[in-house]
Design a protein around this ligand. Structure first.
Ligand code: 5AD
Ligand code: SF4
Length: 436
């Protein structure tokens, strides 16, 4: 018996698919990469932008053929899209061949839904309106053996940025207990995982819902990075209104924490940030960047940007453009604003035309490309924490904490960490040498 899972969206979904896989595995299923061979097909969906949703609808539609060829095929749809208001009815109506639909709050119930389909041929369409705490003890079948392991630290979001559907489909913030996180991380370290990435919509608000002032993100990072073993901690995503100097110092002072920070700004204009309900200013954000670089001059900093938010003028857009040029990010993920029903921004006047959004996103992407080129030129001489990957014709391949590949002359032990200094760049390939 085989399963096929297709995941849309963010790392949170990628990790939740590992939980779905864990449940299938415990029922005796094994994975297949070919949908045609699967007995169970699961689409774990996303609804952050309309384009993703339309793509998913197209993908579900194409399952009809498979189902008509194989009446015993079980099709399940879950995740953020099925959790969003009204989508269950849309899926049931447009795709009556779907057997199981569930949302983000009851993912741990998937095994029961599947068994009732297998044993009683009964379909389940079950989307819970509200979250009900945290469910530990869900089996996990991790994808990337020994490279990266995802670990949830908090679920949900309380921020209600006016463009964003996440708080509506993921519920309010709930933090896992520190000891549960610590135990999971310890077991991953002893299983040999080298990178452990802590996940939350806003990792910086970890612990805000727990009545103990010692339960906070800085202390969690400190505690996890003092565990024994050869590993690196990563985390995502940080919210600029909650990232503190304490957290920045803990990251800077611990070798086991990767110096990789994803810090979405969304817009460089104060009036747009205000309309987005981001609750920080451009100045506050730039101060954070200065602090990060003060403690970690070579930190890898990336961001998310939304162009074409309602009311965004040319001047607002130029504020964003100039901020990107000033910060010189290592990575920029830019999106065109997408109207999400139920959010405040969907109802705002002065919606921006698709043509203007496209023009603005192209300008930003061109800028970010030229910054990347410029930064690559400056990279020679810099020292990076790297992990040894494999021997190749270009030398021994190593990878930085942010995923950049380099080659060294030395023969290294695979999966061990080293420090490497970049010595040259030829044909876009980086060559480095190991320094202690
Ligand atoms: N339209 C466009 N981009 C969005 N994002 C979230 N909601 C929307 C939307 N309605 C982007 C933000 C966020 C990233 C994960 O997706 O930049 O940081
Ligand atoms: Fe969405 Fe804002 Fe929450 Fe991030 S912080 S998930 S952008 S509402």
């Amino acid at each position: 018996m085989k399963y096929f899972i297709k995941t849309f969206g963010c790392q949170m979904n990628v990790h939740e698919s590992e939980k779905l896989a864990g449940m299938l595995f415990s029922l005796g299923y094994s994975q297949t990469d070919d949908m045609n061979n699967a007995n169970v097909i699961v689409f774990n969906t996303c609804c952050i932008r309309d384009g993703v949703e339309q793509k998913i609808f197209g993908n579900i539609g194409s399952l009809k053929k498979l189902k008509s060829k194989n009446k015993n095929l079980i099709i399940a749809i879950c995740g953020c899209m099925s959790q969003a208001e009204g989508r269950v009815d849309v899926i049931k109506k447009r795709f009556p061949f779907v057997d199981i639909i569930f949302g983000t709050h009851n993912i741990h119930m998937f095994k029961d839904y599947l068994l009732s389909k297998i044993n009683c041929n009964s379909n389940t369409y079950d989307v819970w309106e509200k979250e009900k705490g945290i469910f530990e003890d869900v089996e996990i079948k991790r994808d990337n053996m020994f490279s990266n392991a995802w670990v949830n630290i908090n679920y949900g979001c309380n921020n209600f940025c006016t463009y964003c559907i996440v708080p509506y489909v993921r519920g309010r913030e709930r933090s896992r207990k520190m000891e549960d996180i610590e135990n999971e991380v310890k077991s991953l370290i002893s299983a040999g995982y080298k990178y452990i990435t802590l996940l939350g919509q806003n990792v910086n608000s970890y612990g805000n819902d727990i009545d103990d002032k010692n339960v906070n993100f800085a202390n969690l990072l400190q505690k996890l990075s003092s565990l024994d073993g050869d590993f690196r901690l990563k985390f995502m995503t940080s919210h600029p209104k909650d990232l503190t100097e304490d957290v920045i110092k803990v990251i800077a002072n611990n070798d086991k924490i990767a110096k990789v920070i994803h810090l979405p700004i969304q817009s460089g204009s104060n009036s747009i940030l205000n309309a987005m309900n981001r609750r920080y200013t451009r100045e506050h954000y730039l101060n954070l960047i200065t602090l990060i670089r003060k403690y970690m001059p070579y930190a890898y900093i990336s961001t998310d940007i939304i162009v074409g938010f309602p009311g965004e003028t040319d001047d607002d857009f130029m504020d964003t453009y100039n901020l990107i040029n000033e910060v010189k990010y290592d990575g920029v993920f830019a999106f065109m604003f997408s109207r999400r029903s139920g959010t405040i921004a969907d109802k705002l006047p002065d919606q921006i035309s698709e043509d203007i959004k496209k023009e603005r996103i192209h300008k930003l992407l061109a800028l970010s490309k030229s910054i990347t080129k410029e930064k690559n030129r400056e990279i020679v001489g810099q020292i990076f924490n790297v992990i040894a990957v494999k021997d190749t014709d270009d030398g021994f391949e190593v990878m930085t904490d942010s995923g950049k590949t380099m080659f060294v002359k030395e023969h290294l032990d695979i999966n061990k960490f080293y420090n490497a200094k970049v010595v040259k760049m030829t044909n876009n390939k980086l060559f480095a040498e190991i320094v202690c």
